[in-house]
Design a protein around this ligand. Structure first.
Ligand code: ZN
Length: 200
């Protein structure tokens, strides 16, 4: 909110404006931006489609770059703070709210996370929050997007897999991920899973 303390209010309006100013914090809540957070959108990589584009953008699975930045995400339901690592192209760049971890962009830890806080949606990020794991997709020898550090599982205790294309919790904040180039696994029956790639 911008305020100019020296600009006089119109004569007819001062009492109304005063009441509005006093009510505003309770009407809109104390957004995270009040603590200094800003949506930065710095240096997002393109979202790859399919295996060869994923390798072009993010390199080989299980590389150092796939897991050398990390973040903490407190779960709303059990009070546990989950620390997970992810690809340095998707975050770890210093901002007002994120310490510089040598990452390249502001995507995940500042922008996606910050929007979820700022819009008061953190009650809907629940326990079982995971990022990088060097592994195959279960039952296959095909690399999981988790092996590139470009996938995050959220509320996994609630979003059972296979989810039959239904979401219990994550639908509350899925739009924020989509607005930052993430693809929601609900489309293939995995509602806990958000990945920075499609057609894979
Ligand atoms: Zn996942």
């Amino acid at each position: 909110m911008s305020r100019s303390p020296h600009r006089p209010l119109p004569r007819a309006a001062p009492r109304f404006a005063m009441v509005l100013l006093l009510l505003l914090p309770t009407l809109v809540g104390w957004h995270w931006s009040r603590r200094g957070w800003r949506d930065e959108h710095v240096n997002y990589p393109p979202r790859p489609s399919g295996y060869s584009q994923i390798v072009n953008v993010f390199g080989q699975p299980c590389s150092d770059a796939a897991h050398n930045v990390w973040m903490d995400w407190p779960a709303a339901d059990n009070g546990v703070t989950y620390r997970f690592s992810f690809h340095r192209k998707l975050g770890g760049r210093g901002t007002a709210m994120v310490s510089d971890k040598g990452g390249r962009s502001t995507n995940l830890d500042n922008d996606v996370y910050g929007h979820i806080q700022d819009q008061h949606l953190s009650d809907h990020t629940k326990s079982g929050i995971w990022g990088y794991v060097c592994r195959y997709i279960a039952g296959t020898t095909k690399w999981s997007t988790h092996a590139w550090g470009i996938a995050v599982d959220v509320s996994s205790r609630y979003e059972h897999y296979p989810s039959h294309y239904h979401s219990h919790v994550n639908y509350q904040h899925a739009k924020i991920w989509k607005n930052h180039r993430w693809y929601w696994g609900k489309a293939f029956g995995d509602a806990m899973h958000f990945q920075y790639a499609d057609s894979y």
